[in-house]
Design a protein around this ligand. Structure first.
Ligand SMILES: [Zn+2]
Length: 301
């Protein structure tokens, strides 16, 4: 009887978990924000989507989670009647590539850096979330991959995707709408919050800082910046984010130099002057610290 009750409870919790997960997506609304004429940012759940819409079709940057594809496509329909031609993945993470399979099945051409193709093709494991992802089905994979940069000539624009080395992952791209003075940063920029850095997939806080500097060099005071997460941003917001990352390195490096373990470093609370402002996203300060500590240790060797 006890066994039956505990099994029932487990079933009930699992069931509630599934229902909640389902409802989480059911409740998601896709919000469209006009960035410039013909350029939009869509916010729902997961990474921010960028769009160019015009006479040649829709060019899309990232596609959030698979259960949201219908809502995303409906939101795009309100902007343009033209078909979605391309989706460019800024990196391999599931909150940016989850809609790939649905879109791939409708013959949208998926494009990404070579390392995104590699990671989507093989099983991945993110230690900090204890999360394993299985290889993606064929229709979810990029059909075009590039090693450095690629330019899309459509809708009267020259849309350039640039690979940035080892920042959030080893396959990051930023997308530059030079004609419109708009940049999509992928997850090199989390606007107003601590970023997740996928160090198991080649990410590094030093690469994040270098990546932010590369983007800043391309921007001026009028540039509209679509971050991977968080609201639409400007150059100042990205400078603040870059400065926060530098501040983290400055606060943590002395603890590494003293030879402290991560557990000992956590007790020293090296992010205390930053947490109030930056620990507002999904990543808790200790988890963020854990993602950067090893990198800073390795850097000091
Ligand atoms: Zn990511």
């Amino acid at each position: 009887m006890t066994r039956f009750i505990s099994l029932s409870i487990i079933f009930y919790i699992t069931f509630i978990g599934i229902v909640t997960a389902q409802n989480n997506y059911d409740d998601v609304e896709i919000k469209s924000i006009k960035v410039e004429d013909g350029i939009y940012m869509l916010m729902g759940a997961g990474g921010n989507i960028g769009l160019s819409s015009g006479e040649d079709g829709v060019f899309m940057i990232d596609d959030q989670y698979s259960p949201l594809t219908l809502k995303i496509v409906a939101a795009i329909k309100k902007i343009s009647d033209n078909p979605i031609k391309f989706v460019l993945n800024t990196h391999w993470h599931w909150d940016h590539t989850g809609g790939n399979e649905n879109l791939g099945k409708t013959n949208v051409v998926i494009v990404a850096h070579d390392n995104v193709y590699e990671r989507l093709t093989h099983e991945q494991f993110i230690k900090i979330f204890n999360r394993k992802t299985t290889p993606s089905p064929k229709k979810a994979l990029p059909v075009i991959s590039f090693n450095d940069q690629v330019t899309f000539h459509l809708n009267g624009l020259h849309i350039q995707a640039h690979h940035i080395n080892n920042a959030h992952t080893d396959g990051d791209s930023i997308i530059i709408f030079k004609d419109k003075n708009v940049i999509h940063t992928g997850d090199i920029f989390f606007n107003g919050m601590y970023p997740f850095i996928d160090t198991g997939a080649g990410g590094s806080i030093y690469g994040m800082i270098a990546g932010a500097n590369t983007i800043l060099a391309l921007a001026d005071d009028k540039t509209k910046i679509i971050p991977g997460h968080g609201p639409l941003a400007n150059k100042k917001d990205l400078e603040n984010f870059r400065d926060m990352l530098i501040h983290v390195v400055d606060n943590v490096t002395p603890l590494v130099k003293k030879g402290l373990s991560l557990e000992e470093a956590v007790k020293q609370d090296p992010l205390k002057d930053l947490n109030e402002k930056w620990a507002v996203g999904f990543l808790k300060p200790d988890v963020f610290l854990a993602t950067v500590y090893q990198t800073i240790q390795d850097h000091q060797k």
